[in-house]
Design a protein around this ligand. Structure first.
Ligand code: FAD
Ligand code: FES
Length: 274
């Protein structure tokens, strides 16, 4: 049996500078048989490690239908993420994956889809948006709302533009503070709700972003009449093992690493306040 704590070596295939403090790494497992067999579901995450520095969790940001490689998008905040940003193409990175549960993509078929993302919350949702758009006719109206601190802090800018140009997806973006040439909307992401027409009884909403954003998004969705089990969010907690053994990520009787990171509001509201 595989050792669940043992990272597997991946090689960095490419690196994209998303913003001044965020990069997307495309990774492939060095063991080619393992690489060919590797698969994941939208919303699952990895534990990425650098020998001698440490290990940290990141949502997978690429389309699960893409084979041979996968992406993680990493914002610098501390020692592991700083060390990752020093890496170059062809360097190696330890990965344990796939971890955690996933977004309910099958259960959302037939519904309108509302995606509400903030900052570095877009990458995990991108692993859901792309396979849904591969099968666009299986979903109703498709709306993506994205908020970032400034225009230059927007992650996956080219993907947002590409999705908006399809004609069958409404993409609205906003920034907290205007900078550079930004002539779009200014205000927190929830101010975009005024601009869209949503049938709350026939829509599944997915949200990921800073905890304060998620809190206000959920409050607004509830006031719009969304059923509690059709508001889907991710929770972020400090993690160590990532596999339900150490208890670091526990909220009450739930482990965010194995019961989550994806939860419906119906499940979240039963958890103790933290
Ligand atoms: C399931 C999951 C998915 C994630 N997906 C992504 C992703 O796609 N992209 C991304 O950039 N980040 C993501 N994160 C956050 C990422 O794991 C942390 O930024 C990372 O662990 C920081 O490691 P570090 O060693 O660089 O920072 P450290 O040196 O450990 O800490 C630096 C600072 O960040 C704070 N911090 C560290 N971890 C967390 C955390 N989990 N929650 C709140 N504050 C924290 C610390 O308190 C400290 O202030 C995710 C976290 C989880 C749990
Ligand atoms: S991180 Fe160890 S139990 Fe979740």
């Amino acid at each position: 049996m595989d050792n669940i704590y043992l990272p597997r070596e991946t090689r960095i295939q490419s690196i994209i500078d998303e913003t001044h403090d965020a990069k997307t790494f495309t990774l492939s497992f060095v063991d080619q048989d393992y690489n060919r067999a590797f698969s994941f579901k939208p919303g699952q995450f990895v534990e990425a490690s650098i020998f001698g520095i440490g290990e940290a969790p990141f949502g997978i940001s690429s389309n699960p239908n893409r084979k041979d490689s996968f992406d993680i998008t990493v914002r610098v905040v501390g020692k592991v993420t700083e060390a990752m940003h020093q890496l170059s193409v062809n360097d190696t990175l330890g990965i344990r994956a796939p971890l955690g549960n996933s977004f309910p993509i099958e259960e959302s078929k037939g519904f309108d889809i509302l995606i509400v993302a903030g900052g570095i919350g877009l990458p995990p949702l991108k692993s859901l948006i792309e396979p849904m758009l591969d099968n666009r006719n299986e979903y109703g109206k498709f709306t993506i709302l994205y908020g970032a601190r400034t225009a230059l802090d927007r992650i996956h800018r080219h993907d947002l533009q590409k999705w908006g140009e399809r004609g069958d997806v409404e993409v609205l973006q906003t920034v907290d503070h205007k900078d550079g040439n930004w002539d779009g909307h200014v205000g927190v992401v929830t101010t975009l709700f005024e601009k869209i027409d949503i049938d709350s009884q026939n829509t599944v909403a997915f949200t990921c972003g800073p905890p304060v954003m998620i809190r206000f998004v959920i409050l607004d969705l509830l006031s719009m009449g969304f059923p509690e089990d059709r508001i889907i969010s991710t929770l972020e907690r400090y993690m160590k093992c990532g596999v339900g053994k150490c208890g670091h990520c526990a909220i009450g009787h739930k482990y965010v690493c194995t019961d989550g990171p994806v939860f419906s509001y119906k499940q979240i509201k039963r958890l103790p306040e933290k």
